[in-house]
Design a protein around this ligand. Sequence first.
Ligand code: HAM
Length: 405
Amino acid sequence: MNDVLPDVVGLWQFLEQSARDVFGTYGFTEIRTPVLEKTELFSRSIGETTDIVEKEMYTFTDKSGNSMTLRPEGTAPVMRSIIQSRLAAQDAVAKLYYIGPMFRYERPQKGRYRQFHQIGAEAIGVEDPKIDAQVLLMLHHFFNRIGISAVSLEINSLGCPVCRPDYRRQLIQYLEQRLEALCSECQRRYQTNPLRVLDCKVEGCRAATVAAPAMIDQLCDDCDQHFSQVRRYLDLLKVPYALNVRMVRGLDYYVRTTFELVTDQLGSQNAVAAGGRYDGLIESLGGPALPGIGFAIGLERLVLMLDKEAVSVTVPELFIAVLGDAAAERAFVLMSQLQARGVRTEMDFQGKSLKAQMRRADKLGAVHTLIVGDEELRSGQAQLKKMADGTQTSVRLDALLEILT
Ligand code: HAM
């Protein structure tokens, strides 16, 4: 779990603001849900046999004996909220986004943390493949906006309750014949969660599954048509993508379109964003039978990919250096007036020498400095210095507000 320190917080704010701007243009509004939910919400939606539910949740019993969990992801809580607030009764189509911390007890490494942050978006109520394409276009647009191009979109279809059970049986049969080649984890889970074996990073498992049957070849007519349409619309919208028929997701609620935005810049944590369709989820949680599709972006991973220097940090517009107590008092009042008018202004509070004050102004990257001493107080005039080129202009202290605002 990390602190976000002042030297990088500007990057976080830039990413969050960019998401708000871009998602807003597509008609998404923000939703905020608690970080704590009943454990059952996650085990029912993400799936009992997933890594997240089996090993990674921060779960505890509260004082009333309820099992509670720090949210490991944002989709299930948003669906819970939609059901509880009867949002769908007012409008069957909801487009929502969220920004906030998620918690998974994973083995920490670069790009993988126990508290991490997601920017997520969910579009509920539309089955039309146009919405799949639009959600992916929005993701693409967001990455363009923040200036990250070293990512590629991979898509797949995971079928639906009509076609997946058959495929699942075929896959189990295929794996059964190669059990000795699989790692112990996959030997344990190949019956309960065979699709995860396709995602295993262990070399033996990779080799053993090269010729494994692919879901995409077993789609029912409806899923096949839906996926072709998604691809057609992506082409129309000029969203580049590659098909990855081995892609499975670590959460059980997905059906049909699934996707990941991957990069080779983050070592083994290569997904910067991921998502897909979850058409049966709301109903399985006790709500109306509404389809949905969405994604979540890992904020820490974006921060790792972005050049710190690329985003401007907050620098003071003016640093007032002072000589003597009377000047310090006048500068203090002047500074507060400027700040009230929105001018970022700084001064020294530690009684430092003029030289040390100028060094500080330099370090903070102040655009202008103003030196105020006894002489300036008497004449009411001071030298405003532009730090970039050293040029000085004589200004009246009582006109400073007008000059800088
Ligand atoms: P997910 O693939 O589990 O999907 O996570 C989405 C993204 O969150 C990942 O691609 C990654 O960037 C980031 N992430 C996940 N775990 C960590 C971690 N331990 N440390 C840092 N970053 C991490 C979901 O969570 C789904 N709820 C996405 C979704 C929304 N599907 C539909 N709607």
